[in-house]
Design a protein around this ligand. Structure first.
Ligand code: IMP
Length: 183
């Protein structure tokens, strides 16, 4: 697939992503061996990652999805999050992994972790496709991560720019004049 002109360079190819997801899935299957696991995907960015990950797991898996809306609280100058679509089922007593596309500032993950922890799961962790630490505002514990990335805006494999590019099979860096103002 020829990258569109807005793409500066491919960061991770389809093959690299698949190989890394297999490795991470093996670690997850090992960690939860003998138990079943509920994967909770955060719409929409984590959909491609969640499905690829779920298919590589060798333990019993359930899936559910959360939809969120992010908005900026100008008074506090930080991104705020609320749940726009809740889970279909309770998670009480279950082993739960929150599946994220990217942990950036950490605000979304922290909010979701706090919210889900209040529903008494047996265990709760985060598995993220991408981890971009330079912009972190709050610390969140990440159990499983596929890739650490530099401080650039990325698209593909579920991640979007204005709702576009989610379908790309690779993860790519946008040209500097695109995306969230990142250099
Ligand atoms: P947070 O800053 O950790 O709360 O991340 C919030 C959300 O912003 C992520 O779940 C992504 O959906 C989105 N996001 C952050 N960085 C990028 C990026 O580089 N490309 C596409 N979406 C991003």
């Amino acid at each position: 697939m020829t990258p569109p002109p807005e793409i500066e360079r491919v960061l991770f190819t389809e093959e690299q992503i698949a190989a890394r997801i297999r490795e991470v899935a093996a670690g997850i299957s090992e960690r939860y061996r003998g138990r079943s696991l509920k994967l909770i995907g955060v719409l929409k960015g984590s959909v491609f990652f969640l499905t690829a990950l779920a298919r590589e797991l060798t333990i019993p898996v359930k899936i559910d999805f959360l939809g969120i809306s992010s908005f900026t609280d100008s008074a506090r100058g930080s991104g705020m999050v609320r749940i726009a679509k809740d889970l279909d089922d309770p998670i009480e007593g279950e082993d739960v992994l929150l599946v994220e596309d990217i942990v950036d500032t950490g605000l979304t993950s922290r909010y979701l972790l706090q919210t889900l922890a209040g529903r008494s799961p047996n265990s709760l962790g985060i598995c993220t496709l991408l981890d971009r630490t330079p912009r972190r505002l709050v610390q969140v514990p990440i159990e499983f991560r596929c890739f650490e990335i530099p401080d650039r805006f990325v698209v593909g494999f579920g991640l979007d720019y204005k709702q576009l590019y989610r379908h790309l099979r690779y993860i790519a860096v946008m040209h500097p004049d695109k995306g969230k103002g990142l250099a």
